[in-house]
Each structure stands twice: as C-alpha cells, then as structure tokens.
Design a binder for this molecule. Structure first.
Ligand code: GLN
Length: 510
C-alpha cells in the first residue's frame, strides 16, 4: 500500500490502528520526495534527519500517550520561522538565516506532535503568482511539468498535489494559497484575517497576510485550521475562531443562497474556466442551494488598490533586511551606508525591489494622499460591497483564477499580466474575509478551482458548504505523475535543486 496517497486523516487513522509506524510513514514520504522532487522542485530544504528523529520519538510512546495528530507529517512554506532551521523566504538576503524561535503556528503543530518534513519553495517574500520569483529554483506543476504551480505558495500546492506531503501550510496576502491550490488541483483555505496568528510569519503586507492550509480535501483543511487557529498575545491582530470547525459533514446545501460575483465571472475568465465554473453553479442547484448573480462594482479596483497597499506595507516591513540583523551581508563595503545599499542590491530580487520602490513612492509625503489614501478608500468600498452582498447571500462564489496554470516563463516579462492572475482572490484579502478554493474540474487536462467566500469568521459554515460540493463534484486529485512522466524531456531540462538536503547520502529506504 502506498501511504503517500493518503490524506492527513488517512495517515492519522493508520497510525491509530498501528498499521503503520510514524517512522514508516516519514520514510515513505522521504522516498517519495527523493523520487519525484528533482522534477517538481517543491522543497527548498528536506529535514530528513529531524523528521526521522521526531518519528522515532513518536514510535517510542505508548499508544495511550499519543495525541490525535501525533506522527502525521507536514511541510511548511519557507516563510514560516522554524527554530534552528534555515528560513529563506526564497530570497538570497535570508540565505543562511536560522530563526531563534518557532512561528506560533509551527509551535502549535509541534505541540500537537506533527512531524516537519521540510521547507517549501515560494516567490521571494511571497511576491508573485507563479513561484518563478524564487531566488533558488522554479517549482513545476505536477499536472504538467512545463507549467507553473501558481504562487506564491507554489511549493506548498505542488508538494501536496505530487503527494510529497499529506498536507502543507502556505500564506495568502492576495491569493497565494487559493490560486496555487486552484492551479494544482488541491484545496486551499485563506482564513479570516485574525483567525490565525501571524507571529513568526515573515511579514509581507501585515494587514493582508494570513497563514492557511493546502490539503487534499476539505476535511483535512478543517483539521489543519483547527490546529493553527487561535488568539495569540504575540499577534495583537489575532482573535482566533469562536468555535472549532470540527469535521465538515454537510451533505447538501438546502436553502442556502450563493451570490455569483458578476465582475469576477464571464469575460474576466477564459472560456474553459467559465465552463467548469458553470458546472459548479449547477452542482449547487442540484444540492438544494440557490445561485443568483450579484454585482460588486468595486472589486474591479481590487488589483489596483492592492498594488499600492501591499507594496507600501512591504516597503516598510522589508526595511529590516539591512545586512546587520539577518542573513546575507555584502562581502565588500567601505562604510555602513555602502553596506546597506550593497546588501540590499545584491540580496533582493527584481520583483521585491520593484515593490519596495512602488511602496516607498506611494508613501512619500507628496504622493501619500493621491495613492495610499486613495487605495485605502477603495479598500473600504470593497469591504462595504462585500458586507452588502452578505446581507442577501450566505456565500459568494467565483472562479479562483481567471486561467488554468500557464507555462513557465509566459508571464515573467510582464508584471501586470502576472498581477492579474489574482483578480478574483485579491478583493477577499482587502476585505479580510475567509475563502476556500476547491477543485471543480478540468480544462484541457488542467485543474480549475472554485472559490467560495464567506462572511468574517464563518469558517465552519464555509467548510461545510465546501465539503458538500466536494462530495458532489468528486474531482480527481492525483495527477498522472508516474516516474516516467516525471522524467519526461521537459523536466529533464530542469536543473538539479539548489538547496537539496543530501537525502542521497542518507539511509531513507524502508
Ligand atoms: N500574487 C500576489 C502578489 O504578488 C499575492 C501574493 C500573496 O498572496 N502572497 O502580491
């Protein structure tokens, strides 16, 4: 039996029945990573030694002493601080940085007994929609190795889709969990702003960032959310959830009203995506729900407002990377000023520099009112549009991404085309709402995701509805990633991973 095909719930049940040991489970994933990740390149770092040590500690415990999720492996986007483990945000400027503490979500998972397999690739500092902005490697979409996995949590989405971990954590500032989940055919949940502590998540845009799960199914997403949610005195914006989500078990959608957001459908999306989206609308009807179009005029301004607000916050957050406190420092500098300038010039990639410049400009005294203040007003309009829509609807829906996965290199030369990848997801972050992307079908063999948006802190109901749809749609989750396919001509052309931990040197065989 191939345990790497399991959901996290599946792993938990096998461990509980003692049909598999934590060590066997971890070994199976390490072998899988060793077999396929040379082609997928989802992992920046594989902590084989740490994972195996944690697994044998779990196996040494008596069954009665174990916590419910103890021994289940997980992988983390490399923007989450793990004590003593290199955390790079896929940036040269953080190469070699080992945080002296765990992010709150990491500490919570550690306490629950989960085992960390390693750190996953992303766009540098989570800025991007394809994971091509990583300073270290390009992650490939397991459904088609010529295509991107989406981003910025592309490593997390590809890793779960390719069964290199049962589940993973990502972060979402403007769509970075949902969009890659959609492009890789997995489930991705962005929690309500404040549901999950951001302590130890390297900050990109603090008023938008949230950590959330990328999983094989909705049940796993609910479980992982329950493991990480909660108020945290170290993040004053965190409030947690009023009640745990529990196990989603809705079988139908009787009497529920779904608003189809006019501005995010139709012409805004490519025909293949629209087609799959309308099958999802039909499914809602068949499950007893009601769908009706609703216009949210302000959401068309979401991308524009976001690309002022997010870079403004980023320009401030990224000021701390100066060569003094973290990671990289230029080897050649005459004085302190030159050291700052050279470190930042050499350490940051092009997209990060672009954002820092835009943000600094938008916040400067002469332009603050014209850009930043205007973007904040737009944000309020978007928030109000959502609030009005939720007076009439239980949930709002749209495609998650206007297109299926695009080819590597297709949008790198055109930042605006790249920014538009998040047309449907960005307004949700600006309003602080929870939203989930679930696989809804395929267009030309590539996954298409459905985005379901709920009112603030409605995660329990949101995942209930997502579960009902998931059960009805029954979309295939496993890409045809045979070892032969993984070794196809296209993938052979990719270079060997930069930061691969020497799995080859270790005994990982069972
Ligand atoms: N793609 C968007 C950006 O580049 C969103 C990224 C994210 O959610 N972290 O900013």
């Amino acid at each position: 039996m191939d345990v790497t095909g399991l959901t996290a719930w599946g792993c938990r049940e096998l461990l509980a029945k003692r049909e598999v040991s934590a060590t066997e489970l971890v070994r199976a994933y390490l072998e899988r990573i060793y077999r396929v990740d040379g082609r997928i390149q989802a992992y920046l770092l594989v902590d084989a030694e740490g994972a195996l040590a944690a697994a044998s500690a779990v196996d040494a415990k008596a069954p009665g002493e174990r916590l419910p999720w103890e021994g289940v492996p997980i992988a983390l986007k490399d923007i989450l601080c793990v004590k003593g483990v290199e955390t790079t945000c896929a940036s040269r400027i953080l190469k070699g940085y080992r945080p002296p503490y765990d992010a709150t979500v990491v500490a919570k998972l550690r306490e629950a007994g989960l085992i960390f397999l390693g750190k996953l690739n992303l766009d540098e500092f989570a800025m991007g929609s394809s994971t091509e902005n990583s300073a270290f490697q390009v992650t490939r979409n397991p459904w088609d190795l010529e295509r991107v996995p989406g981003g910025s949590s592309g490593g997390s989405a590809a890793c779960v889709a390719a069964s290199e971990a049962p589940w993973a954590l990502g972060s979402d500032t403007g769509g970075s969990i949902r969009q890659p989940a959609s492009l890789c055919g997995v489930v991705g949940l962005k929690p309500s702003y404040g549901a999950v502590s951001r302590y130890g998540l390297v900050a990109f845009a603090s008023s938008l960032d949230q950590i959330g799960p990328l999983t094989r199914d909705v049940r796993d997403a609910a479980a992982l959310l329950d493991l990480i949610a909660g108020r945290d005195p170290r993040d004053s914006t965190s409030v947690g959830l009023a009640e745990p989500v529990g196990v989603p078990d809705w079988g139908g959608l009787d009497g529920l009203r779904f608003g189809v957001i006019t501005e995010l459908g139709g012409e805004a999306c490519e025909p293949g995506v629209q087609e799959v989206f309308s099958t999802a609308v039909d499914a809602i009807g068949n499950l007893g729900g009601m769908c009706e179009e609703v216009s949210l005029p302000s959401v068309t301004r979401g991308v524009a407002a976001y690309y002022i607000i997010a870079p403004s916050e980023a320009s401030s957050n990224l000021a701390r990377f100066d060569g003094v406190r973290y990671g990289y420092r230029t080897p050649q500098a005459g004085d302190l000023y030159e050291m700052y300038v050279r470190t930042r010039s050499e350490g940051f990639g092009a997209e990060v520099k672009r954002r820092i410049m835009i943000g600094t400009y938008a916040l400067s005294a002469g332009y603050y009112e014209a850009y930043y203040a205007q973007a904040q007003r737009t944000r309020t309009l978007i928030r109000n549009d959502f609030a009005r829509a939720f007076e009439r609807f239980d949930f709002l829906i749209s495609p998650t991404s206007p297109t299926v996965a695009f080819t590597v290199g297709e949008r790198t030369a055109d930042p605006l085309a790249m920014y538009l990848s998040d047309l449907c997801t960005i307004p949700v972050n600006l309003a602080g709402l929870p939203a989930v992307s679930i696989p809804a079908g395929f267009s030309a063999g590539l996954p298409v995701g459905l985005q379901i948006i709920g009112p603030h802190f409605s995660e329990k109901r949101l995942l209930g509805a997502a579960h009902a749809l998931e059960q009805y749609l029954k979309v295939e989750r496993v890409p045809p990633l045979s070892e032969e396919a993984a070794g196809s001509a296209a993938s052979r052309a990719t270079r060997e991973p930069a930061a691969r931990v020497t799995l080859e040197d270790r005994e990982v065989g069972g």
